[in-house]
Design a protein around this ligand. Sequence first.
Ligand code: GAR
Length: 196
Amino acid sequence: MVNVAVLVSGGGTNLQALIDAKAAGSLPNAKLALVIASKPGVYALECAKAANISSEVVCRKDFDSQEAFDSAMLETLRRYDIGAVVLAGYLSIVGAPVVAAYPDKIINIHPSLIPSFCGAGYYGLRVHEAALKKGVKVTGATVHLVNEQYDDGRILLQKAVSVEEGDTPETLQKRVMKEAEWVILPKALDMITRGE
Ligand code: GAR
């Protein structure tokens, strides 16, 4: 069994999808051992609590440098004997020492078909605003391995979602979450905890 940490910054719907997948028996090799929030008060911490998962807050603002933040993050991951990490709507940067400590064991969910609408500044609703502005007819979500650059590591899974007439960023975000993100994120976690 691999102890998994889920890093969150917001609503926690992808965390909830992992909790539901675990309850349904779809993550046989993963134990959801820890949720780390990038700031206090985020709703994802409530999801963790309701599912009886330990949680910690490791906030970039509490540290003078990226190095000190990375050390605190690594210390927290080691304290819980974590073997794989999921970035589930996590908006801080995971530094090089953390990436180096978990080769091919950190995954990120991004709400577009990479390489479209990704990189610095593309997160959350902004991704869907950009997709609608461009007028794409198909968008989707991507799970990729994490390296030191934004949205850049090897792609593990993608799923396409149609853009519909009259979509707003909010309606498109909801469809991408429901039809793609909440489906491929648990699948990708299963893959990396099986060592595929
Ligand atoms: C999700 O749509 C996720 O793909 C996106 O933030 C949202 C978090 O929602 N992540 C990024 O944009 C990363 N670049 P959640 O907190 O409800 O899972």
